[in-house]
Design a protein around this ligand. Sequence first.
Ligand code: ADP
Length: 551
Amino acid sequence: DLSNAIVAQDEMGRPFIIVKDQGNKKRQNGIEAKKSHILAARSVASIIKTSLGPRGLDKILISPDGDITITNDGATILSQMELDNEIAKLLVQLSKSQDEEIGDGTTGVVVLASALLDQALELIEKGIHPIKIANGFDEAAKLAIQTLEEKGTDDIMLNENDQLFNDYLFKAAKTSLGSKIVSKNHDMFAQMAVDAVTSVMNKERKDVDFDLIRLQGRVGGSLKDSKLINGVILDKDFSHPQMPTVVLPKEGEDGVKLAILTCPFEPPKPKTKHKLDISSVEEYQKLQTYEQDKFKEMINFVKEAGADVVICQWGFDDEANHLLLQNELPAVRWVGGQELEQIAISTNGRIVPRFQDLTKEKLGTCAKVYELEFGTTKDRMLVIEQLKDSKTVTCFLRGSNKMIVDEAQRALHDSLCVVRNLVKDSRVVYGGGAAEVTMSLAVSEEADRQRGIDQYAFRAFAEALDTIPMTLAENSGLDPIETLSNLKSKHVKENISCVGVDCLGKGTNDMKELFIVDPFIGKKQQVLLATQLCRMILKIDNVIISGKDEY
Ligand code: ADP
């Protein structure tokens, strides 16, 4: 094929042929294209497969500039891998969408999707049309979810008892932390997740606004020094070392009053177009007195409004700082805009842009403001502890190095999501692959009943579902096939759906007893997303990469 060749001549007039972009030529289509996509997806999945479950292993990811991340979270692993295969990137997207919608189950969804693709490949090789396979998978997914909803779920909210509900939330949070770096302290972290969510949730609307929960990490100490702070924590201290380290409410007041300011403590400056001429000592002194008067005026505004503490977005100079100290107004400077907003929400105060606007009603109210010190280290942080009924909490995480703090943050995020999902929809399914076995059995039963081509897709779908319990078993050092067949026979013989893989060797397969649960909506989403992705890949028969020549 010489259509992309050019004939040229060298300096001696001899003709030669230049073949354009020979190396760049990239085109695949038909069955070959599909096969290569599926193989690419398989190689991605094989990397994160070993991270699934409580005995899953962690990965170290090193970025091009040398940053190290240690993690077990599927979405994080995938997002940091530099992939150049377009189909592999779709898997990354897949775990990202699971992460955004549900927050947990990001490893499982990729393992399931790649198992579906593997199965699809076999069917393609048998000569079944990809669209037929995709349609069959869709039907199977519908059936699987329906069965799970009818047979495999338990509603933990049926017990209207708050204490019991919180117990369940706690246990579910613990399941999600089982495989994470924090698993040594998982009781503490699970409790933290439950406390954080329950203190900001809206019980009537069954909603949790994640903006009200802040995750803040700081290197130092160890994981068990982490704690939930009722209010806002600032990486700051009071502007003057002689200011008190604890501020408590004044007598007769319902709390400590905060002035939350976005105006600087400085005298108004002439605008750039104007010029200030000072030609004598008197004039200079007059200017200085003017400045001092201005400072006094500002402090008066604050005092008169009744503030106990000043939170300021800007800095202020020594003069102002000194006056604040003299007037017994502990102050914090250079507080970021986002933090300012959070303080305002948590103390029910208003952010005030001008000193003249300060009034008593606009002040925030909190239980106390205090400096948090960490053992022998010098660093301190400032805690604005809120009153009982207000909302915003900070999960303050400590760890001996940045990697641990980051991973703890991701782990906590996952369990916060699990708790939130259960507040939204309190149905749970049983973990350790129990839910997958329930679905798989129903789908393969249906396959036996079908006569047409769909039976192949159904059977394949059931086998893909089996990959989850098998992977869990494999990662825990158990024999995958033996474990799976034991599980299946228990499910069928005893007609129960809460038997799963005993990953931690607790001596029982009953996930109800061990209370290994996952939110139903998370599992449902996993099946839906994985099936959807599989359909999408099966429909692709041509890859065209823009920017590169295509012939
Ligand atoms: P993901 O990122 O998909 O959430 P995980 O590594 O957190 O992946 O693994 C979650 C899977 O492990 C779920 O299927 C869950 O049911 C299962 N699992 C978690 N803890 C246990 C346990 N103690 N015993 C058995 N299975 C567990």
